[in-house]
Structure formats: structure tokens, C-alpha cells
Design a binder for this molecule. Structure first.
Ligand SMILES: CC(C)(COP(=O)(O)OP(=O)(O)OC[C@H]1O[C@@H](n2cnc3c(N)ncnc32)[C@H](O)[C@@H]1OP(=O)(O)O)[C@@H](O)C(=O)NCCC(=O)NCCS
Length: 181
């Protein structure tokens, strides 16, 4: 378990499958993830529980828990590259009433602390739809910088969408979020 200021990141458990299925099949939410639904089945999630959800090697998958222990979202890292020391991250706050309250931002800062200080990464990047203003705002608060635009990179809802690539380097993270103790 990785403890943040306002959230805790913990491994995914079997009892999380129904809530994950609900989020991964919520079409409004999945638009923001640029994925059309249906996205995933229960069988696939059960296989993931035995497979990639059970390891924290080149990828890691976490539930985001609020202060009261309620699971409100998920956050992942993937493609951890040993030589370049980089990885991609992605997250969602699945419960709508928990969005816009700083939980996503804190979850991201918490995961970055782990990736930079425990896993010794150098660069962390993410992709975001160019019209997803709350997400971009949250990533800027964390310290991510827009480094490029992938034009018409994604397709759903009958049209192409641009994706912004944003990244943060370890030094930038340490400047903004120094270890307090
Ligand atoms: C994106 C997401 C993870 C951010 O987490 P969060 O806990 O909601 O984020 P925060 O509350 O810390 O910050 C959101 C910021 O966006 C701002 N915001 C909200 N609506 C906005 C809008 N329409 N335009 C611009 N900024 C907006 C909020 O004011 C807040 O900034 P502030 O703290 O300066 O006021 C979360 O909202 C989410 O999961 N959304 C749905 C799925 C998604 O988009 N995932 C990311 C895909 S890349």
C-alpha cells in the first residue's frame, strides 16, 4: 500500500471486480479514456487478477482509496523501461462525486513519489485528449508539461481526436514536491 496525503493506493482485489466493471463500461467515463465500450469482461478482469494485477514489475495497477477507505478510482503505470527509466501512467476517478476534489491529483503525486523514489525512474509521461480540461488542469498542478500533440491520433464517436503528450522529469517533481520529513 502506498500512502498519499488524501488517498491510499493499494493492489486490486477480487471484490473490486464489480466496481471496475462498472467504471470500465461507463461510456461517458470511457470517452475520457478514449476507449469505446464495451471495454472489458468479468472473465478478463479475473484473468488480470491472476496475471498483470498481481505483479508490480514493468506495470502496476492500483485502486485509489479515499480517506474513509472507499474505492473511488484506479491508477496504473505501464511500459516501465529499465534502460531509459521511463513509464506511462493513467488514472481515473470512477465515482463522479469524488471528481474535482483533488483526489486524482493526490493519487498521481503519490504514484510519482513511488516511481521516482522507490523505482528510480527519470521520466513519467501520459496521454490526454486535448479537450479534457479538468484532466489537463490536474496534470499541470502536479507539474506535468505538454511536450507534444499527436494529431488525429485517436478515433471514437465517429471522428478523430488529438492527444496531448505530457511528461514530468524527476528533478521537476522533486522541486515541486520535496520530501517533507
Ligand atoms: C482527470 C481526473 C483524474 C482528475 O482528478 P480530480 O480529482 O477530479 O482532479 P482535481 O480535483 O485535483 O483537479 C481538477 C481540476 O480541473 C479543474 N476543472 C474542472 N472542470 C474544468 C473545466 N471544465 N475546465 C478547466 N478546468 C476544470 C478543477 O477546477 C480542478 O482545478 P483546481 O484545483 O485548480 O480548481 C478525474 O477528474 C477523472 O478521473 N476524470 C474522468 C476520467 C479522466 O478524464 N481520466 C483521465 C484521462 S487522461
Amino acid at each position: 500500500v502506498i500512502v498519499g496525503k488524501r488517498v491510499r493506493l493499494r493492489p486490486i482485489r477480487r471484490e473490486d471486480v464489480p466496481v471496475l466493471l462498472r467504471w470500465m463500461n461507463d461510456s461517458e467515463l470511457m470517452r475520457l479514456w478514449a476507449r469505446p465500450v464495451p471495454l472489458v469482461t468479468e472473465q478478463e478482469l479475473l484473468r488480470d487478477l491472476e496475471g498483470r494485477f498481481s505483479r508490480f514489475d514493468v506495470a502496476g495497477y492500483f485502486m485509489i482509496e479515499r480517506e474513509d477507505g472507499a474505492p473511488i478510482g484506479r491508477i496504473d503505470f505501464e511500459g516501465l523501461d529499465e534502460r531509459t527509466r521511463s513509464a506511462e501512467v493513467m488514472l481515473l476517478i470512477g465515482e463522479a462525486e469524488s471528481r474535482g476534489r483533488g483526489y486524482g491529483t493526490d493519487a498521481l503525486i503519490t504514484l510519482l513519489g513511488y516511481l521516482f523514489r522507490q523505482r528510480n525512474l527519470h521520466r513519467v509521461w501520459l496521454g490526454v485528449l486535448d479537450w479534457n480540461a479538468p484532466a489537463i488542469r490536474s496534470y499541470e498542478k502536479v507539474g506535468f508539461t505538454v511536450e507534444g500533440r499527436l494529431r488525429e491520433d485517436l478515433y471514437f464517436d465517429g471522428r478523430y481526436h488529438d492527444q496531448l503528450v505530457m511528461s514530468i522529469l524527476r528533478d521537476e517533481f522533486e522541486m515541486r514536491w520535496p520530501v517533507s520529513e
